[in-house]
Write a protein that binds this ligand. Structure first.
Ligand SMILES: *Cc1c(COP(=O)(O)O)cnc(C)c1O
Length: 405
């Protein structure tokens, strides 16, 4: 084993179980390890690297900005924040934005906004606001956020949890209707569940959910930290159903694969619940992050990355569907957001990811049974063809081993 893995293992908390590779360099869709071996990145740091590694436009701009102005805190204005938030609002059709750093912080911001909106606008009695969240969700790792999770491991040993969250079945519109009452502030939902295993709700779910929310004066908050910014073939995954949420959460790719940059966006009526001192972040909206975020959005639109994701994603799905492997239970996805569900009785997604690593393809299993494929949106056909060949070979080999044993 690599000495670097030993070192990390000794000093870094064991809250992850990384694949045994030590990466030292990234460019475009490729990464290199400490031995100079090249890998195709089909993971993109959980979609944070949609622009590819070290995008030349971003690198150039960061070098200029880093020598100019980086951190001032929101105690002062900067010349970089306004243009970034204007672009984000205009692209997504939202009125205002609150900049944060990590996705979890933006989700926390959304929860605070929804609760305060419920008390000050909707008229919910003090401390009675309820937020609805879906089974199978992933919204991050803070205490309040894992309170919304139904994944036992995310909660085990971390209680007690704050009240005010209610779980409903994902994709089930009757369950949503039954859960809404006078104290319901918001529904927070992923248009496609990412960490949950690329789980797609039935067609029309989001649209029906939006209508129900409007009818009952409940905020629809879309967590598009992973599905947003072109990942599913549209700028926002909500657009597939013509839905405009009341609140929108962006992160991951918003940082251009360089820094954590996130935000909560909303209608003015919702965002106006925040007054000075209510909520904040030392680093949120910093000039360096704002510069990167604005350029990340510009590149996304100028390089037509959502369209590319739609086109290449369709190609990837159609190539994957040519396989005839008993190990595959289901192949699903939208744009370059694809999951291969492995029949757990016949094979393990982790073992497949390890075999793909050997062949120079990086992916990561989610929920033990799903191999997630979410490459940078700049990926081309030839690279997809190569990846599909590797996956096909690995599945073929595993099936042979299984039959032989
Ligand atoms: C990754 C993710 C988060 C959390 O983002 P962090 O930057 O890891 O805090 C929240 N929601 C969704 C849908 C995500 O995929």
């Amino acid at each position: 084993m690599s000495a670097r893995i030993d070192l990390e293992d000794r000093y870094c908390a064991h809250n992850y179980h990384p694949l045994p590779v030590v990466l030292t360099r990234g460019e475009g869709v490729y990464l290199w390890d400490e031995n100079g071996k090249k890998y195709l990145d089909m993971m993109s740091a959980y979609s944070a690297v949609s622009h590819g590694h070290a995008h030349p436009r971003l690198v150039k701009l960061v070098q200029e900005q880093v020598a100019t102005l980086n951190i001032v805190s929101r105690a002062f204005h900067s010349d970089r924040l306004g243009p970034f938030l204007e672009r984000a609002c205009k692209l997504t059709g939202m009125d205002m934005a609150l900049p944060m750093n990590t996705g979890s912080e933006a989700v926390e911001t959304a929860i605070k906004a929804a609760r305060k909106w419920a008390y000050t606008v909707k008229g919910v009695p003090h401390d009675k606001a309820e937020i609805l969240a879906c089974n199978g969700n992933f919204h991050g790792r803070t205490i309040a956020i894992v309170a919304m999770s139904d994944e036992p491991q995310y909660q085990e040993g971390f209680g007690p949890f704050p009240p005010g969250f209610k779980a409903i079945d994902y994709g089930n519109i009757d369950a949503l209707e039954a859960a809404i009452n006078d104290n319901t502030a918001a529904l927070i939902v992923e248009p496609i569940q990412g960490e949950g295993g690329i789980v797609m709700p039935p067609e029309g779910y989001l649209r029906a959910a939006a209508e129900l929310c409007r009818k009952h004066n409940v905020l629809l908050i879309a967590d598009e930290i992973q599905t947003g910014l072109g990942r599913t073939g549209r700028l926002l995954a909500c657009e597939h159903e013509g839905v405009k949420p009341d609140g929108l959460i962006l992160g991951k790719a918003l940082g251009g694969g360089i820094l954590p940059v996130s935000m909560f966006l909303a209608r003015r009526e919702v965002m106006n619940v925040f007054r000075p001192g209510d909520h904040g972040s030392t680093f949120g909206g910093n000039p360096l992050g704002a510069t990167i975020g604005l350029e990340a959005l510009n590149i996304l639109m100028e390089e037509n990355l959502p369209e590319r994701s739609a086109e290449m994603g369709e190609y990837l799905l159609s190539r994957l569907r040519e396989f005839d492997s008993p190990l595959i239970k289901e192949i699903r996805g939208r744009g370059l957001f694809v999951g291969i569900e492995i029949d757990s009785a016949l094979g393990s997604a982790r073992a497949i990811c390890e075999a793909l690593l050997e062949r120079g393809l990086l992916s990561k299993e989610t929920h033990q049974t799903v191999v997630r494929l979410a490459p940078p949106l700049i990926i081309g056909k030839a690279e997809i063809d190569w990846a599909v060949d590797q996956i096909q070979d690995v599945l073929g080999e595993m099936d042979k081993l299984r039959l032989a044993s």
